[in-house]
Write a new protein. Structure first.
Length: 372
């Protein structure tokens, strides 16, 4: 791979100048053990990867009722905001750019992670708890999947409070120095649960037709737009994801509507995640065709995409930005490796969730790209 790789071309993201189109994807790393506060180790992790065109943080909780993974950070308290400000300062000083991903897990949780409370969901659908991905750290330090527990349907007041939590999360992220935010509306989490005809059986403003099921995401964006310009707001979607079992009966119609709605808002980008690509059943071509048909803004794609494939996606115009997750775990200097044609290191799964510096900030820079 030469330095002429198309994903190394610059990109103007609504006035935020990205030196390349290589995005660090949001990845849960579960290393905020004290009151959801970002740590110095997290600052080092992100700083190491500052040469990315754009960094998107790990999913960050906007509410105490959100916790699919234990030890994930929040953006609710002054202490959390200060911790994130240290990180954005470090990344900016290293020449980087950074968006925060705002997250509410909804029904994908357990009372064990929520101070004994039941998880919240659109409609209390609990026929598939064994399909939900909930993770926690055992007393012996090992991080492992745990069983989801039954959720309960949100009252209208709780829906409104949650929408406001996204607004406050966005305001807090900007206060913490982020260049923008991304709403996590993918992978079976709360906004995705509202979009699905199976997990959302409400009969109020937020359930029924596709337009009504989309009202939760619409209202979240409207509220966020009161504190930050829409051209600094990305939205992550995964139209066909099997992860966390949303089971939308008609995802094509749902995402024709959602994609057009996001275009009307004028969001910074749509981040389309091909979550099924990791299980050997990629939907990327189908996703790109669906979104490009209804959304003419910046399209970011993600989901086990190789560097070669990424270059093809960029050069063909099928995508504008490509987000890499696992490659960024093991290659803090991913951009430099691409430019020099250096081989990519492979991540060790043992350190993906929870733990200490091992498998987190100890991956070496390639000798040919290492900075003095």
């Amino acid at each position: 791979m030469s330095s002429h790789s198309p994903i190394l071309n610059s990109y103007n993201l609504h006035g935020l100048n990205l030196p390349n189109r290589v995005v660090m994807a949001p990845m849960t790393r579960s290393r905020a053990p004290v009151r959801g506060c970002p740590t110095e180790m997290m600052a080092q992790y992100y700083e190491q990867r500052a040469s990315a065109g754009l960094i998107i943080t790990e999913a960050t909780n906007v509410s105490p009722a959100s916790a699919a993974f234990e030890l994930t950070p929040g953006i609710m308290t002054t202490e959390q905001i200060e911790g994130w400000r240290n990180i954005t300062s470090r990344v900016h000083a290293a020449g980087g750019r950074m968006y925060m991903q705002l997250w509410h897990s909804g029904r994908v949780s357990s009372f064990a992670l929520l101070r004994g409370e039941a998880p919240l969901s659109p409609s209390g659908v609990n026929d598939d708890l064994e399909q939900l991905q909930v993770w926690g750290q055992l007393q012996n330090g090992h991080y492992t999947r745990i069983h989801a527990t039954p959720s309960r349907a949100m009252s209208l007041d709780e829906v409104n409070l949650t929408i406001d939590a996204f607004r406050q999360g966005a305001a807090n992220a900007i206060a913490a120095g982020f260049d923008g935010i991304e709403v996590h509306a993918a992978n079976g989490y709360l906004p995705h649960q509202f979009l699905s005809s199976t997990t959302n059986t409400r009969d109020d403003r937020y359930g029924g037709s596709i337009a009504k099921r989309a009202n939760f995401l619409r209202d979240v964006l409207t509220q966020i737009g009161s504190v930050i310009a829409f051209d600094k707001v990305g939205v992550r979607i995964s139209p066909y994801a099997l992860y966390n079992n949303v089971r939308d009966a008609d995802p094509d119609s749902t995402y024709d509507y959602v994609g057009a709605m996001l275009g009307e808002f004028g969001v910074a980008y749509v981040h389309a995640a091909d979550t099924n690509g990791w299980s050997g059943a990629p939907d990327l071509t189908r996703i790109i065709a669906r979104i490009r048909k209804v959304f003419d803004g910046t399209l970011m794609v993600n989901g086990g995409i190789s560097i070669k494939h990424a270059d093809t996606l960029i050069s063909s115009g099928d995508a504008d930005l490509v987000a890499f997750g696992r490659a960024y775990i093991a290659n803090p200097d991913l951009v430099e490796r691409i430019a020099k044609g250096a081989p990519l290191a492979t991540p060790h799964s043992a350190g993906w969730y929870g733990g200490d510096s091992a498998g987190y900030i100890d991956y070496p820079f390639d000798s040919s790209t290492a900075q003095a």
